[in-house]
Design a protein. Structure first.
Ligand code: SF4
Length: 389
Protein backbone atom coordinates (compact mmCIF):
# COMPACT_ATOMS: atom_id res chain seq x y z
CA UNK A 1 0.00 0.00 0.00
CA UNK A 2 1.23 3.49 -0.86
CA UNK A 3 1.07 4.88 2.66
CA UNK A 4 3.04 1.97 4.06
CA UNK A 5 5.76 2.66 1.49
CA UNK A 6 6.57 5.90 3.31
CA UNK A 7 7.09 4.38 6.71
CA UNK A 8 10.83 3.95 6.25
CA UNK A 9 12.01 7.40 5.22
CA UNK A 10 15.53 7.85 6.62
CA UNK A 11 16.77 10.90 8.55
CA UNK A 12 18.26 13.24 5.94
CA UNK A 13 21.56 15.01 6.68
CA UNK A 14 19.99 18.41 5.93
CA UNK A 15 17.17 20.25 7.63
CA UNK A 16 13.91 19.72 5.75
CA UNK A 17 11.13 22.15 4.75
CA UNK A 18 7.45 21.84 5.62
CA UNK A 19 4.94 23.22 3.10
CA UNK A 20 1.25 23.68 3.96
CA UNK A 21 -1.04 24.34 1.00
CA UNK A 22 -4.04 26.55 1.82
CA UNK A 23 -6.21 26.43 -1.31
CA UNK A 24 -8.73 29.22 -0.65
CA UNK A 25 -9.00 32.39 -2.71
CA UNK A 26 -11.81 34.95 -2.75
CA UNK A 27 -11.98 34.52 -6.56
CA UNK A 28 -9.94 32.56 -9.07
CA UNK A 29 -7.51 34.59 -11.18
CA UNK A 30 -7.78 33.81 -14.92
CA UNK A 31 -4.15 32.69 -15.20
CA UNK A 32 -4.06 30.55 -12.05
CA UNK A 33 -2.94 26.95 -12.43
CA UNK A 34 -2.72 26.14 -8.71
CA UNK A 35 -5.04 23.93 -6.72
CA UNK A 36 -7.46 26.63 -5.55
CA UNK A 37 -11.09 27.08 -4.68
CA UNK A 38 -13.35 29.69 -3.20
CA UNK A 39 -15.16 28.67 -0.06
CA UNK A 40 -16.88 30.23 2.89
CA UNK A 41 -16.04 30.16 6.61
CA UNK A 42 -17.48 26.65 7.10
CA UNK A 43 -15.40 25.09 4.32
CA UNK A 44 -12.30 26.84 5.63
CA UNK A 45 -12.84 25.63 9.19
CA UNK A 46 -13.49 22.09 7.93
CA UNK A 47 -10.34 22.24 5.80
CA UNK A 48 -8.19 23.32 8.74
CA UNK A 49 -9.46 20.33 10.71
CA UNK A 50 -8.51 17.99 7.87
CA UNK A 51 -5.07 19.52 7.46
CA UNK A 52 -4.48 19.05 11.18
CA UNK A 53 -5.49 15.41 10.73
CA UNK A 54 -3.08 15.03 7.82
CA UNK A 55 -0.29 16.24 10.12
CA UNK A 56 -1.26 13.58 12.68
CA UNK A 57 -0.88 10.93 9.97
CA UNK A 58 2.77 11.96 9.50
CA UNK A 59 3.57 11.96 13.23
CA UNK A 60 6.89 10.23 13.86
CA UNK A 61 8.57 11.27 10.61
CA UNK A 62 12.22 11.41 11.70
CA UNK A 63 13.06 14.67 9.91
CA UNK A 64 14.19 17.97 11.39
CA UNK A 65 12.59 21.05 9.87
CA UNK A 66 13.92 24.58 9.73
CA UNK A 67 11.31 26.15 7.46
CA UNK A 68 7.51 26.19 7.44
CA UNK A 69 5.94 27.69 4.34
CA UNK A 70 2.24 28.62 4.31
CA UNK A 71 1.43 28.88 0.60
CA UNK A 72 -1.56 28.54 -1.65
CA UNK A 73 -4.01 29.67 -2.67
CA UNK A 74 -4.15 32.48 -0.18
CA UNK A 75 -3.07 31.52 3.35
CA UNK A 76 -4.02 35.01 4.48
CA UNK A 77 -7.63 33.95 3.76
CA UNK A 78 -7.46 31.96 7.02
CA UNK A 79 -7.85 33.77 10.33
CA UNK A 80 -4.79 34.26 12.55
CA UNK A 81 -6.34 31.74 14.97
CA UNK A 82 -6.56 29.12 12.20
CA UNK A 83 -3.00 29.82 11.05
CA UNK A 84 -1.88 29.66 14.68
CA UNK A 85 -3.52 26.25 15.11
CA UNK A 86 -1.65 24.95 12.05
CA UNK A 87 1.69 26.29 13.26
CA UNK A 88 1.16 24.95 16.75
CA UNK A 89 0.30 21.51 15.37
CA UNK A 90 3.38 21.60 13.10
CA UNK A 91 5.55 22.02 16.17
CA UNK A 92 3.65 19.36 18.05
CA UNK A 93 3.84 16.67 15.37
CA UNK A 94 7.23 17.42 13.81
CA UNK A 95 10.74 18.26 15.00
CA UNK A 96 10.68 21.97 14.11
CA UNK A 97 13.76 23.89 15.27
CA UNK A 98 13.30 26.99 17.44
CA UNK A 99 14.92 29.16 14.82
CA UNK A 100 12.74 27.76 12.03
CA UNK A 101 11.79 30.41 9.52
CA UNK A 102 8.06 30.80 8.91
CA UNK A 103 6.88 32.10 5.53
CA UNK A 104 3.40 33.39 4.76
CA UNK A 105 1.92 34.31 1.39
CA UNK A 106 -0.67 37.08 1.54
CA UNK A 107 -2.72 39.15 -0.86
CA UNK A 108 -2.68 42.94 -0.41
CA UNK A 109 -6.42 43.10 0.27
CA UNK A 110 -5.93 40.94 3.40
CA UNK A 111 -3.25 43.20 4.84
CA UNK A 112 -3.98 45.73 7.56
CA UNK A 113 -2.28 46.69 10.81
CA UNK A 114 -4.23 44.10 12.81
CA UNK A 115 -3.46 41.20 10.50
CA UNK A 116 0.21 42.22 10.31
CA UNK A 117 0.48 42.35 14.10
CA UNK A 118 -1.22 38.95 14.38
CA UNK A 119 1.09 37.35 11.81
CA UNK A 120 4.15 38.79 13.54
CA UNK A 121 2.91 37.32 16.85
CA UNK A 122 2.58 33.92 15.15
CA UNK A 123 6.29 34.09 14.36
CA UNK A 124 6.03 34.80 10.62
CA UNK A 125 9.44 36.08 9.51
CA UNK A 126 8.99 36.33 5.75
CA UNK A 127 5.84 37.86 4.32
CA UNK A 128 5.34 37.44 0.60
CA UNK A 129 2.83 39.80 -1.01
CA UNK A 130 1.08 38.88 -4.26
CA UNK A 131 1.11 42.35 -5.83
CA UNK A 132 1.68 41.15 -9.45
CA UNK A 133 1.63 44.69 -10.91
CA UNK A 134 1.16 48.26 -9.77
CA UNK A 135 -0.54 49.22 -13.07
CA UNK A 136 -4.31 49.53 -12.71
CA UNK A 137 -4.93 48.12 -16.21
CA UNK A 138 -2.69 45.13 -15.47
CA UNK A 139 -4.45 44.41 -12.19
CA UNK A 140 -7.77 44.42 -13.98
CA UNK A 141 -6.48 42.20 -16.77
CA UNK A 142 -5.06 39.70 -14.25
CA UNK A 143 -8.37 39.63 -12.37
CA UNK A 144 -6.80 40.79 -9.13
CA UNK A 145 -9.00 42.06 -6.33
CA UNK A 146 -6.75 44.84 -5.05
CA UNK A 147 -6.01 48.33 -6.37
CA UNK A 148 -2.65 49.99 -6.93
CA UNK A 149 -3.20 52.06 -3.78
CA UNK A 150 -3.98 48.93 -1.74
CA UNK A 151 -0.81 47.24 -2.99
CA UNK A 152 1.35 50.25 -2.08
CA UNK A 153 -0.28 50.64 1.33
CA UNK A 154 0.03 46.90 2.09
CA UNK A 155 3.69 46.94 1.20
CA UNK A 156 4.43 50.07 3.23
CA UNK A 157 2.62 48.72 6.28
CA UNK A 158 4.25 45.29 5.96
CA UNK A 159 7.68 46.91 5.81
CA UNK A 160 6.89 49.01 8.88
CA UNK A 161 5.66 45.94 10.81
CA UNK A 162 9.15 44.52 11.32
CA UNK A 163 9.25 41.23 9.38
CA UNK A 164 12.77 40.01 8.64
CA UNK A 165 11.94 39.89 4.94
CA UNK A 166 9.10 41.33 2.93
CA UNK A 167 8.89 39.96 -0.59
CA UNK A 168 6.88 41.23 -3.54
CA UNK A 169 5.63 38.96 -6.32
CA UNK A 170 5.34 40.56 -9.75
CA UNK A 171 4.23 39.20 -13.13
CA UNK A 172 5.46 40.45 -16.49
CA UNK A 173 4.93 39.56 -20.12
CA UNK A 174 1.27 40.58 -20.26
CA UNK A 175 -0.14 40.84 -23.79
CA UNK A 176 1.02 44.11 -25.34
CA UNK A 177 3.25 45.00 -22.39
CA UNK A 178 6.18 47.19 -23.38
CA UNK A 179 9.48 47.94 -21.68
CA UNK A 180 8.26 51.29 -20.33
CA UNK A 181 5.30 49.78 -18.55
CA UNK A 182 7.33 46.92 -17.00
CA UNK A 183 10.08 49.34 -16.01
CA UNK A 184 7.46 51.42 -14.15
CA UNK A 185 6.46 48.33 -12.16
CA UNK A 186 10.07 47.57 -11.27
CA UNK A 187 10.70 51.21 -10.31
CA UNK A 188 7.69 51.27 -8.01
CA UNK A 189 8.69 48.02 -6.35
CA UNK A 190 12.27 49.17 -5.79
CA UNK A 191 11.16 52.60 -4.54
CA UNK A 192 9.23 50.89 -1.73
CA UNK A 193 12.40 48.95 -0.78
CA UNK A 194 11.24 45.39 0.03
CA UNK A 195 14.10 43.03 0.80
CA UNK A 196 13.10 40.46 -1.82
CA UNK A 197 11.36 40.56 -5.21
CA UNK A 198 10.11 37.64 -7.34
CA UNK A 199 9.33 38.27 -11.01
CA UNK A 200 7.50 35.62 -13.01
CA UNK A 201 6.71 35.56 -16.70
CA UNK A 202 3.02 35.18 -17.40
CA UNK A 203 2.41 31.62 -18.57
CA UNK A 204 -0.88 30.55 -20.12
CA UNK A 205 -1.84 27.10 -18.85
CA UNK A 206 -4.55 24.99 -20.43
CA UNK A 207 -7.57 24.60 -18.19
CA UNK A 208 -7.35 28.20 -16.96
CA UNK A 209 -9.59 31.05 -18.13
CA UNK A 210 -6.69 32.47 -20.16
CA UNK A 211 -6.07 28.99 -21.57
CA UNK A 212 -9.66 28.76 -22.81
CA UNK A 213 -9.38 32.22 -24.37
CA UNK A 214 -6.17 31.15 -26.11
CA UNK A 215 -7.82 28.00 -27.50
CA UNK A 216 -10.54 30.18 -29.00
CA UNK A 217 -7.93 32.49 -30.54
CA UNK A 218 -8.83 35.31 -28.19
CA UNK A 219 -5.57 35.62 -26.29
CA UNK A 220 -2.56 37.15 -27.97
CA UNK A 221 0.52 36.11 -25.99
CA UNK A 222 3.53 38.39 -25.99
CA UNK A 223 6.02 37.13 -28.60
CA UNK A 224 9.15 35.38 -27.35
CA UNK A 225 11.48 38.16 -28.51
CA UNK A 226 9.63 40.73 -26.38
CA UNK A 227 9.55 38.23 -23.49
CA UNK A 228 13.33 37.93 -23.77
CA UNK A 229 13.72 41.71 -23.77
CA UNK A 230 11.62 42.02 -20.60
CA UNK A 231 13.57 39.18 -18.98
CA UNK A 232 16.89 40.95 -19.59
CA UNK A 233 15.42 44.27 -18.44
CA UNK A 234 14.28 42.59 -15.21
CA UNK A 235 17.69 41.21 -14.34
CA UNK A 236 19.70 44.26 -15.38
CA UNK A 237 17.36 46.76 -13.72
CA UNK A 238 17.16 44.86 -10.44
CA UNK A 239 20.89 44.11 -10.36
CA UNK A 240 21.66 47.82 -10.81
CA UNK A 241 19.09 48.67 -8.13
CA UNK A 242 20.84 46.41 -5.58
CA UNK A 243 18.75 43.26 -6.06
CA UNK A 244 21.01 40.70 -7.78
CA UNK A 245 19.15 37.67 -9.09
CA UNK A 246 20.03 34.49 -7.20
CA UNK A 247 17.61 32.39 -9.24
CA UNK A 248 16.02 32.96 -12.59
CA UNK A 249 12.92 34.59 -11.00
CA UNK A 250 14.18 35.66 -7.57
CA UNK A 251 16.09 38.72 -6.40
CA UNK A 252 17.26 39.74 -2.93
CA UNK A 253 19.15 42.64 -1.40
CA UNK A 254 21.48 40.23 0.43
CA UNK A 255 22.02 36.46 0.82
CA UNK A 256 20.27 36.57 4.23
CA UNK A 257 17.05 37.61 2.51
CA UNK A 258 17.03 34.77 -0.01
CA UNK A 259 14.23 32.24 0.39
CA UNK A 260 15.62 29.55 2.68
CA UNK A 261 12.56 27.41 1.91
CA UNK A 262 12.61 27.65 -1.89
CA UNK A 263 16.33 26.93 -1.95
CA UNK A 264 15.49 23.47 -0.61
CA UNK A 265 13.52 22.75 -3.81
CA UNK A 266 16.49 23.79 -5.95
CA UNK A 267 19.12 21.94 -3.91
CA UNK A 268 17.51 18.51 -3.53
CA UNK A 269 16.90 19.03 0.18
CA UNK A 270 13.92 17.03 1.54
CA UNK A 271 10.56 18.70 1.98
CA UNK A 272 7.17 17.51 3.13
CA UNK A 273 4.08 19.05 1.52
CA UNK A 274 0.65 18.76 3.13
CA UNK A 275 -2.70 19.86 1.74
CA UNK A 276 -4.25 19.29 -1.70
CA UNK A 277 -1.72 19.12 -4.58
CA UNK A 278 1.28 19.45 -2.24
CA UNK A 279 4.46 17.69 -3.39
CA UNK A 280 7.07 16.06 -1.19
CA UNK A 281 10.61 14.82 -1.70
CA UNK A 282 12.86 12.66 0.42
CA UNK A 283 15.45 9.90 0.00
CA UNK A 284 15.06 8.92 -3.66
CA UNK A 285 11.32 9.43 -3.71
CA UNK A 286 8.93 12.12 -4.75
CA UNK A 287 5.23 11.90 -3.96
CA UNK A 288 2.28 14.19 -4.32
CA UNK A 289 -1.15 14.60 -2.83
CA UNK A 290 -4.47 14.55 -4.66
CA UNK A 291 -4.86 17.85 -6.42
CA UNK A 292 -8.62 18.17 -6.00
CA UNK A 293 -9.95 18.73 -2.55
CA UNK A 294 -12.65 15.98 -2.89
CA UNK A 295 -10.29 12.96 -3.19
CA UNK A 296 -7.84 14.60 -0.78
CA UNK A 297 -10.63 14.84 1.83
CA UNK A 298 -12.02 11.34 1.17
CA UNK A 299 -8.68 9.64 1.62
CA UNK A 300 -8.06 11.53 4.86
CA UNK A 301 -11.51 10.61 6.12
CA UNK A 302 -10.65 6.99 5.39
CA UNK A 303 -7.68 7.40 7.74
CA UNK A 304 -5.00 7.40 5.03
CA UNK A 305 -2.42 9.91 3.90
CA UNK A 306 -3.97 11.58 0.83
CA UNK A 307 -1.16 10.67 -1.56
CA UNK A 308 -2.16 10.35 -5.19
CA UNK A 309 1.05 8.93 -6.58
CA UNK A 310 4.80 8.69 -6.21
CA UNK A 311 7.95 7.96 -8.18
CA UNK A 312 11.43 6.74 -7.35
CA UNK A 313 14.16 8.82 -8.91
CA UNK A 314 16.99 6.98 -10.67
CA UNK A 315 20.56 8.36 -10.54
CA UNK A 316 19.91 9.74 -14.08
CA UNK A 317 16.73 11.50 -12.90
CA UNK A 318 18.60 13.04 -9.97
CA UNK A 319 21.49 14.18 -12.17
CA UNK A 320 19.17 15.74 -14.76
CA UNK A 321 17.14 17.54 -12.10
CA UNK A 322 20.27 18.82 -10.37
CA UNK A 323 21.49 20.13 -13.72
CA UNK A 324 18.16 21.76 -14.62
CA UNK A 325 17.65 23.35 -11.22
CA UNK A 326 21.30 24.37 -10.85
CA UNK A 327 21.31 26.16 -14.21
CA UNK A 328 18.44 28.29 -12.91
CA UNK A 329 20.57 29.60 -10.03
CA UNK A 330 23.29 32.25 -10.02
CA UNK A 331 25.75 29.89 -8.36
CA UNK A 332 25.27 27.32 -11.15
CA UNK A 333 25.82 23.60 -10.83
CA UNK A 334 28.90 21.63 -9.79
CA UNK A 335 29.22 18.75 -12.27
CA UNK A 336 31.86 16.99 -10.17
CA UNK A 337 29.46 16.94 -7.23
CA UNK A 338 26.78 15.38 -9.44
CA UNK A 339 29.27 12.70 -10.44
CA UNK A 340 30.24 12.03 -6.82
CA UNK A 341 26.63 11.89 -5.65
CA UNK A 342 24.90 10.08 -8.54
CA UNK A 343 27.71 8.58 -10.60
CA UNK A 344 26.90 10.45 -13.82
CA UNK A 345 30.08 11.81 -15.48
CA UNK A 346 28.43 14.91 -16.99
CA UNK A 347 31.65 16.85 -17.43
CA UNK A 348 33.41 14.17 -19.49
CA UNK A 349 30.29 13.11 -21.40
CA UNK A 350 29.41 16.65 -22.50
CA UNK A 351 32.78 18.28 -23.10
CA UNK A 352 32.06 19.38 -26.69
CA UNK A 353 28.61 20.69 -25.81
CA UNK A 354 29.98 22.65 -22.84
CA UNK A 355 32.69 24.21 -25.05
CA UNK A 356 30.02 25.17 -27.58
CA UNK A 357 27.67 26.67 -24.96
CA UNK A 358 30.56 28.64 -23.46
CA UNK A 359 31.52 29.91 -26.94
CA UNK A 360 27.90 30.94 -27.53
CA UNK A 361 28.05 32.98 -24.33
CA UNK A 362 25.38 30.96 -22.52
CA UNK A 363 27.60 29.45 -19.81
CA UNK A 364 30.96 29.80 -18.05
CA UNK A 365 32.88 26.82 -16.75
CA UNK A 366 34.62 27.69 -13.47
CA UNK A 367 36.56 24.57 -12.45
CA UNK A 368 33.82 21.96 -12.47
CA UNK A 369 31.02 24.48 -11.89
CA UNK A 370 28.81 25.48 -14.80
CA UNK A 371 27.50 29.00 -14.29
CA UNK A 372 24.82 30.45 -16.58
CA UNK A 373 25.26 33.91 -18.10
CA UNK A 374 22.23 36.19 -18.35
CA UNK A 375 21.69 34.93 -21.91
CA UNK A 376 21.94 31.35 -20.60
CA UNK A 377 19.41 32.10 -17.87
CA UNK A 378 16.96 33.33 -20.48
CA UNK A 379 16.95 29.82 -22.00
CA UNK A 380 17.82 27.87 -18.83
CA UNK A 381 15.06 25.29 -19.14
CA UNK A 382 16.14 24.29 -22.65
CA UNK A 383 19.85 24.12 -21.83
CA UNK A 384 19.76 21.08 -19.55
CA UNK A 385 17.80 19.10 -22.14
CA UNK A 386 20.79 19.26 -24.49
CA UNK A 387 23.08 17.36 -22.09
CA UNK A 388 23.82 13.68 -22.21
CA UNK A 389 23.10 12.33 -18.74
S1 SF4 B 1 -4.68 34.73 -5.70
FE1 SF4 B 1 -2.97 33.43 -6.39
S2 SF4 B 1 -3.52 31.36 -5.82
FE2 SF4 B 1 -5.41 32.61 -5.71
S3 SF4 B 1 -6.41 32.36 -7.68
FE3 SF4 B 1 -5.12 34.19 -7.83
S4 SF4 B 1 -3.15 33.44 -8.62
FE4 SF4 B 1 -4.29 31.66 -7.89
Amino acid sequence: MLTAAFGDLPVPPQKAGLYLHIPFCSAICPYCDFSVLTGGPRERAHFVGLLLWEMCLWEGLPWHFDTIYLGGGTPSALSPAQLGALLEASEQHFAVGESARIFLEANPEDVDRRSLTAWRRLGVRTLSLGVQTFEASGLEFLGRRHSTQQAVRALEEALAAGFDTVSVDLIYGLPGQDEASWRRDLERAVALAPQHISCYQLTVHSGTAFGFRKERGKFQELDSRSQGTLFRLTHEFLRDAGYPGYEVSNFAVSPGHRSRHNQKYWNHVPYLGLGPSAHSFGADRRWWNHRKIGPWRQQLQAGERPIESSETLSPEDHALEALMLGLRTASGVDLRRIEERWGRPLLAANKDLIDLLCEEGLLHLEGSVLVPTLEGWAVADGLAARFEI
